[in-house]
Design a protein around this ligand. Sequence first.
Ligand code: DQA
Length: 143
Amino acid sequence: MKIMILNGPNLARLDLRDKDIYGNLSYEDLRKFIVDKAIALELEVDIRQSDSESEIVSWIHEAADNKMPMIINPAAFTHYSYAIRDAVSMLKAPAIEVHLSNPLSREEFRHTSVVSGVVQGTIAGFGAESYELALVAMQKLMN
Ligand code: DQA
């Protein structure tokens, strides 16, 4: 079973974002990192990114319809998208929330995740390795 990996708004422009927070990682580097780790773990991944809430919701519907497991970095939508929360709550397979940075050590508005309550768990603050840790956790949840 393929794991759907969804990345939200502005993550495709990681190279233009605050280097103190996101380091020197480009989105292409992140994609490649995830693919390499998935291959090493013998997992299949389908990695997608969108800046559009509606497109992300439709991809979550696709995962729900097909009972696909999901790793999701909703990016800024984390903090206020009830539409994404409601869609994630429909998933039938495990879902894990990931963040590159640790939102709890940043601005106050990032301290709330409306998604955390409807996923199995959240991994945040380890840069690209947050995704690797999520893949390892997902492998256990899938077994
Ligand atoms: C992020 C954290 C969010 O607060 C922010 O809006 C992002 C990225 C992260 O991966 O650290 O765009 O989800």
